[in-house]
Write a protein that binds this ligand. Structure first.
Ligand code: RTP
Ligand code: MG
Length: 148
């Protein structure tokens, strides 16, 4: 089943939006397969955002993503990569539609609440960058006699 890497950025944690964000993906129907609160190192930030290393905002981006804890997550489900990007909304919250996470809660392009993988290739790369295989769980939500 398709998996994507999602991350509540430091502003999302500071603004108490963690539960709200998990809630949206769970209620949509996706399954949480891995999660950990972590302080990103400078090295990990630079690797993760390596595609932007020559952009003028790279320094600020690395500084911000390492400024406090983030919640790294793996969510799973059919078409989760593209659907999660739609649910996040456009990069700049000013352009993000109401009803999306960035449209509802984001204020600036730097502090835009959440990161999500943008392709199957980046999802695979980012999941293995942030998680060991033992931290991603394979479990079923069906066949529980105590769910009615
Ligand atoms: P992300 O990687 O964080 O999920 O965001 P994204 O795909 O929507 O956007 P991307 O182009 O990958 O940019 C990565 C992050 O860099 C910051 N950014 N700042 N100052 C600027 O013009 C600018 N442009 C991008 C944003 O925080 C963006 O999420
Ligand atoms: Mg991106």
């Amino acid at each position: 089943m398709e998996q994507t890497f999602l991350m509540v950025k430091p502003d999302g944690i500071q603004r108490n939006l963690t539960g709200e964000i998990i809630n949206r993906f769970e209620r949509k129907g996706f399954k949480l397969a891995g999660a950990k609160l972590m302080q990103i190192t400078d090295e990990l930030a630079k690797t993760h955002y390596g595609e932007h290393k020559d952009k003028p905002f790279f320094g600020e981006l690395v500084e911000f993503i390492t400024s406090g804890p983030v919640l790294a997550m793996v969510f799973e489900g059919e078409n989760v990569i593209l659907t999660a990007r739609d649910m996040m909304g456009k990069t700049n919250p000013l352009e993000a539609a109401p009803g999306t996470i960035r449209g509802d809660y984001g204020m600036t392009v730097e502090k835009n609440i959440i990161h999500g993988s943008d392709s199957p290739e980046s999802a695979e790369k980012e999941i293995s960058l942030f998680f060991n295989s033992s931290e991603i769980l394979d479990y079923s939500k069906q066949d529980r006699e105590w769910i009615y």
